[in-house]
Design a protein around this ligand. Structure first.
Ligand SMILES: [Zn+2]
Length: 189
């Protein structure tokens, strides 16, 4: 199963210390976070949920709003628990963000997917032993195991992503993508 969490594996440059706009889209993401927790798709360990959910800010831009790292999704969430990621420099392993907490450890993965798939506007990542052990037929699965939060893992996912909207990360978890949040979320119900 997934390795233990020991922090984010990139540095974050804060463009501004400001929470994302508390608009209907963020409210929708908060609801999906709570729902994922209820469905046990982001199991809690050491007080934090294992998973990360995001939506693209607007078409044509790769900026997105994502859960903060080490966040428990079973509580009442506020805009302060989310971070806007504007850009990622893979060479410098730097995430350029705006927020009041550190962005999710898988922020580089979300960025790479939004960049590769302009049709995708929501990415929900969670952990489910059951789904890993009993994958539905024809589910793409990454070939090699890679540590969470690394560019190695990003590479593994991009290799099998193609036009798939659902895939498994070997010995780790799942990714559910959608043209919108409901599409990414309802698939997992
Ligand atoms: Zn994960």
């Amino acid at each position: 199963m997934s390795e233990q969490y020991n922090g984010v594996k990139f540095s974050t440059f804060f463009i501004e210390e400001m929470a994302p706009e508390n608009d209907p889209k963020l409210k929708q993401l908060m609801n999906w976070c709570n729902e994922f927790q209820k469905l046990n798709l982001t199991p809690i360990s050491n007080g934090a949920s294992s998973g990360n959910l995001s939506y693209r800010l607007q078409p044509g831009s790769n900026a997105f709003v994502i859960t903060g790292t080490q966040l428990a999704l079973n509580r009442r969430l506020s805009a302060n628990n989310f971070v806007t990621v504007w850009d990622v420099d893979f060479t410098k392993k730097t995430v350029y963000a705006e927020g009041l907490c550190d962005p999710s450890s898988e922020s580089m993965l979300h960025f790479a997917i939004y960049k590769m798939r302009p049709d995708i506007n929501a990415i929900f990542h969670g952990h489910s032993e059951e789904m890993l052990n009993n994958p539905k037929p024809n589910t793409p699965i990454t070939r090699n195991e890679a540590p969470y939060g690394t560019q190695e893992l990003v590479g593994e996912v991009l290799q099998v992503l193609q036009n798939n909207n659902y895939l498994l990360i070997k010995n780790h978890g799942f990714l559910s993508l959608g043209a919108n949040m409901d599409e990414a979320g309802n698939r997992m119900k």
